[in-house]
Design a protein around this ligand. Sequence first.
Ligand code: ZN
Length: 206
Amino acid sequence: MKIICIGRNYAEHAKELNNPVPAKPVVFMKPASALLVNEKPFYYPDFTNDLHHEIEIVLKIAKNGRHVQPEFASSYYEEIGLGIDFTARDLQQECKEKGQPWEIAKAFDGSAVLGKFVPVDRVNRQAIEFRLLKNGEAVQHGNTKDLLFSFEQIIVYVSRFFKLQQGDLIYTGTPAGVGPVLVGDVLEGELFLKDRVEKLLQCEVK
Ligand code: ZN
């Protein structure tokens, strides 16, 4: 199982970190050991002083495929969920300045928080809304109509390089509003279904 992540996939978020809007998807990966599931707490790591939350819609890959063609891409996921791409922003900045890979800033243990999944037919596929609450207050509110690269475009693009395998996860990028978390914070991810808002994710920072 692998975790594929897309960076800078919402223009407003690229802007808030002074990054250019990319012409092609920005792709990186996390190892399976980065996963944090079952609402387990996240322990603030000692190597950063600026840990940021990034709420993202996560696709669960339903079948194996390479070089997926655009007309078939939507059949490669049947369930979506929410995840947090925890980022050590200070380390990432250092890596970016030195032109180095940023795994230590983004792929560390527990950096891929993963909540529950729902069947994709329970959301409005054209405009999926989601948000992150920090201590009960909404800090990020995204809508997939603002994606620079759609889920289907992501699947087509990444499957040119990496064979998609059933059970792989794709973190599809974070909307604007990323910010620091502190010990004691409680993060909750909510997805807007057709008929109601459902909490899919909770994570306490310890
Ligand atoms: Zn991210």
